[in-house]
Write a protein that binds this ligand. Structure first.
Ligand SMILES: [Cu+2]
Length: 379
């Protein structure tokens, strides 16, 4: 048990007050990143006031809000609103609890979709019913710690950040409060944004690639403390779980590695749906640890493992590697009906810790691709 046991609400709000050993990473960033800068004096190349505005209603993963694959018209200001929710969630069939920190109530937060050169305008709300300060670091944004330096919001506050989507690809976003970054990220406070090229996806040789469906899978490592008997402990709130959770985190061995917030969140009756002949874009993020997705019985036909669409995709992949802090994208066509497992192919993490999803695919079996020549028969 760590000595940092009693974490008061005030200390949590102060963020960096806890455990000086973990504070310096962000505290060392340039001080000006922590303050709102004065408006730029140089004439902006784009007159923001002339751009059209579009409001997007976000939806919870694995689903993705409506969007066009090719941009329609010129750049726009795309307005999003996210409300931060601190909430207790159950992460497995045994009732193991985590006091999660979430963007919009889900782990991961919603996938946001824009096109390159659009402006993302996010209203971030931290309701006064929450207890912690939060912010957001977009890996796709430029400056101020990805926006984290301009978006610190205490309970009862909201903030608005606008940034230009200059890079095409799928990117992680996550909470990054001074001194407490890994705790917030491994409590579920991460998601992804997809910045599509204005012309849509291509194969790197000028040929367009399109998808019939898109799903967003956020892989999450949790570090739930155990009691003397090895049972997962329960706590009344996030603050009282903090010290024990940090101790488990420092051991670097997660108690759970799950897709979309819980063991089984995307399996069985929650399986992802597709039909034979459909091409599915699977966006997969991991804000903290490396992962290696694999579609059992299928392939990544076009894979941007590090998620950036102006690199040619790799083709015909069996397993692809997504480094921690990255989102990747894989375009997979389904050619046979049935249930496919989509896993982190560290199979211990998939089968023992929870990192697995199912696709249920409808359609007709193709005997040319596979057939049972001799069912199991006695010899
Ligand atoms: Cu946070």
């Amino acid at each position: 048990m760590s000595e940092h046991l009693n974490v008061s609400r005030r200390a949590l709000l102060a963020g960096a007050a806890i455990a000086g050993t973990i504070a310096p990473i962000v505290a060392a960033a340039p001080a000006q990143a922590q303050r709102a800068p004065a408006p730029a004096k140089a004439a902006a190349k784009v007159d923001i006031s002339t751009l059209p505005r579009r409001k997007v209603e976000l939806v919870a993963p694995p689903f993705v809000h409506k969007h066009t694959q090719k941009a329609v018209g010129g750049p726009a200001i795309v307005e999003f609103t996210m409300t931060i929710q601190e909430k207790k969630i159950v992460i497995d069939d045994e009732g193991t609890e985590v006091h999660a920190m979430t963007f919009n109530g889900s782990v991961p937060g919603p996938l946001m979709v824009v096109h390159q050169d659009d402006y993302v305008e996010l209203t971030l709300i931290n309701p006064e019913t929450n207890t912690l300060m939060h912010n957001i670091d977009f890996h796709s944004a430029t400056g101020a710690l990805g926006g984290a330096g301009l978006t610190e919001v205490n309970p009862g506050e909201k903030t608005v950040l606008r940034w230009k989507a200059t890079k095409a690809g799928v990117f992680v976003y996550h909470c990054a409060p001074s001194g407490m970054v890994p705790w917030h990220v491994t409590s579920g406070m991460n998601g992804a944004i997809m910045v599509l090229p204005r012309e849509g996806l291509t194969d790197g040789k000028g040929n367009p690639l399109t998808y019939d469906r898109i799903y967003y899978i956020g892989e999450q490592d949790f570090y739930v403390p155990r009691d003397k008997n090895g049972k997962f402990k329960k706590y009344p709130d996030a603050g009282s779980a903090y010290a024990d959770t940090m101790e488990v985190m420092r051991g670097l061995i997660p108690s759970h590695v799950v897709f979309n917030g819980a063991v089984g969140a995307l399996t069985g009756k929650n399986a992802l749906q597709a039909a034979v002949g459909e091409k599915v874009l699977i966006v997969h993020s991991q804000a903290n640890r490396d992962t290696r997705p694999h579609l059992i019985g299928g392939h990544g036909d076009y894979v941007w493992a590090t998620g950036k669409f102006h690199n040619p995709p790799e083709v015909d992949q069996e397993t692809w590697f997504i480094p921690g802090g990255t989102a990747g994208a894989a375009l997979c066509a389904f050619h046979q009906p049935g249930i496919y497992a989509y896993v982190n192919h560290n199979l211990i993490e998939a089968f023992e810790l929870g990192a697995a999803a199912h696709f249920t695919v409808t359609g007709d079996w193709n005997h040319d691709l596979m057939t049972s020549v001799l069912p199991a028969t006695g010899v």
